[in-house]
Design a protein around this ligand. Sequence first.
Ligand SMILES: [Zn+2]
Length: 226
Amino acid sequence: MITHHPAPELLLDFATGAQPEALALMVATHVTMCPECAAHVAQLQAVGGLLLEQSDAAAVDDDLLQSVLARLDEPPIPTPVSATRPDAETLAIVPRPLRRYLHRDLHPDLGQSLADLPWRSVGWMFKEFRLPLARRSMMASLMRFRPGRAIPQHTHHGNEYTLVLAGGYQDAGQAFGRGDFAAKDSSETHQPMVDEDGECLCLVVLDAPLKLTGTIGRLINPLLRI
Ligand SMILES: [Zn+2]
């Protein structure tokens, strides 16, 4: 059962379309797994719709109308086509909003299954697949953490958002499992411990590089640049 949810202001920004791509993707992915937050977002969007209806209609000039009509004639932007379909494990683990990011722009033929992604090992700690975002102001990655291991103690220059997709971990006495959402800011240093019973797969969004604080961590820091 999901016990950790995005903060209300994150849901509000999502409902109003005010979020950067990486964070919107993360909230959308959580919302597809969490009926509670889905209901909250639907309420916020209903209120937003009412406010729009009650606001005065703006005058639309002819130029705007012509440019909108011209846009309708433009061909749709092609979406990347993969040579293969995601396998059953991927379909079970990865919610729909996230699936279209499971490819490399340069290598769409690698397919969309988790097992086929070009995972990059970051030391012995975790494997990472960096999502091909249209905008790179934030970094979004899938990270696979090994069971029973502590993730090295670290802090952040900015904010770190984590959404658990499979497995789980403990952090500061709290348990996080599939669907749980965690947000940490630059004032917090933490050292999550991955559960013993299996690998933990997370979607992680950073708006600034991670900063490992231990001796070994400092050697690995250059690998973690956004
Ligand atoms: Zn939720």
